[in-house]
Design a protein around this ligand. Sequence first.
Ligand code: F6R
Length: 606
Amino acid sequence: MCGIVGVVSAKGKDIVGDLLTGLKRLEYRGYDSAGIAVITNSGAIDTRKAKGKISCLEEKLKAEPAKSNIGIAHTRWATHGEPNEINAHPQFSELVAVVHNGIIENYAALKAELADRYVFKSQTDTEVITAVITVNLKEGMSPKAAVSSALKRLKGAFAIEVLFADHPDFLICARKGAPLAIGHGKGEMYVGSDSLALCPFTNKITYLEDGDWAIITKDKAEIFTADDKPVTRKITTSTTDKNSVNKGFFDHYMQKEIFEQPKVITDTFANFKKAVKGLPSDLKSVSRISIIACGTSYHAGLIAKYWLEDLARVPTDVDFASEFRYRSPVIADDTLAILISQSGETADTLAALRYFKEQKVKTLAIVNVTESTIAREADFMINTLAGPEIAVASTKAFTSQLILLAALTLKMARERDAISAQKAEEIEQKIADLPKVMQDFLSTSGYIKEIAKDKVLGAQSALFIGRGTSYPIALEGALKLKEISYIHAEGYAAGEMKHGPIALVDNGLPIIVIAPFDKYFEKTLSNMQETMARGGEVIFISSAKGVETKVVKDFAKAVITMPEIDDFLSPLLYALPLQLLAYNTSLLRGFDMDQPRNLAKSVTVE
Ligand code: F6R
């Protein structure tokens, strides 16, 4: 989703290169246009904007260079108004330029109110921020008063930066509901949507609290609360490593991140043991678990439901955050709420977290970005050690979430005497062995590209089916395929096929059957046969015992043979071939799977 960067430096320095460097670090969030604004020597706002990639903006800057010691920059993921140059940020007047991440919900009312005092040029909600501040300045307010008064009029979620034509020595930034970080350099200060944007410049970071705003000069940040009281926020040393964001020997971030999974699983499992203090001490008295998440993180939550109910015998609900926050959930006493989020900034998941906190429910966040808002606001936090996940489609964050949820299940099962210590140790040993099993599979997985080419590439649609924990894996496989290859795909519980979706099956429809050789195997096989009888072309994923079954040997159009694995851990392993199938299909179709169209990595608006 939108990303913002700002730099304030000493007179005579040129920060345009830094703005572009920061923007490139935010590309992973997803965007469809980009822009910068600086202040010229003669005290004018100077902007360059371009639809498309940052490279298009660079072309514009090459043709018509800009230079300044102060500037703001933006990558826009369109919400109000199509992606074009006029709607791209900064939104500016002769007095100010504004970049914004979020949505101003009362923009229509503000626009109507200001229509006779400000000429609106764009379709964006953001332009009302520019308008309110411009009008305030024209009425004689100082920049500080103009912004402070504007902030009180805005409803919705935002992180903003404001540049003033008449004041080339400071910018003002603010956040409410969307993240914003300030970077402290030497004689230079930075603002960015996250520490990844700032890590090329500094690791000394201040995270603004919700409602904070700040005046940034080249030497310092003067921070104020929502009611304009000066406040000190601590400077932390970010662990984000600027070298961690590269593709290494791989062609794409997604490919690299798929192959990193054995390592991040190892690291995350080891970290769980250290992070146990990040858990509530009274897990035994938890009567119910409520898991809230979105997208892939939601799929991790669905798998955890099977685990927690089966092994730890704790009733568990799983909800999409966007649904949970607007219904009236009945929350049992002694509920533990688990919020799962890679980014830790997903607007709906954050809203659910805040709802639980209002209800005095204990909250545990499972996040990858430890400095994120969800990580900071939850009562307890355990982090996955996936490292920066740059590809928009989540892979290594998903399996890291799963390993943490598996470890949590075992801990709860033990504490509640739901399984013996011996059984728990056996599973822990299998978890310890899992990275090697994953590695062995990945290193011989090249043939999946051929399956993608022969069986999926030309398809209009695909179905993924499975039972038990393979059902959420089917959902995840379908999500991966649709988001990066743009082929319509659906995941179904195999037993549900007869209740409707089987009507879709006709000649040549690829059916990806996820069938570990477990207690569901025979039943899944029957569902597979029902689809084959109607022309479905099966890609069968199972261990050797499964793929050697006669009907599979005789009729499946392709097989992916998985190593043997304990039933409990199968979702972690079976996620891999589905990620590779989607990756290779996208590659063969010639798409940029790292930045798929219309998608954002960090979904900071609801
Ligand atoms: C899909 C994907 C998304 C995210 C979802 C939640 O590949 O990445 O579905 O899982 O947007 O994001 P987080 O986990 O950051 O809350």
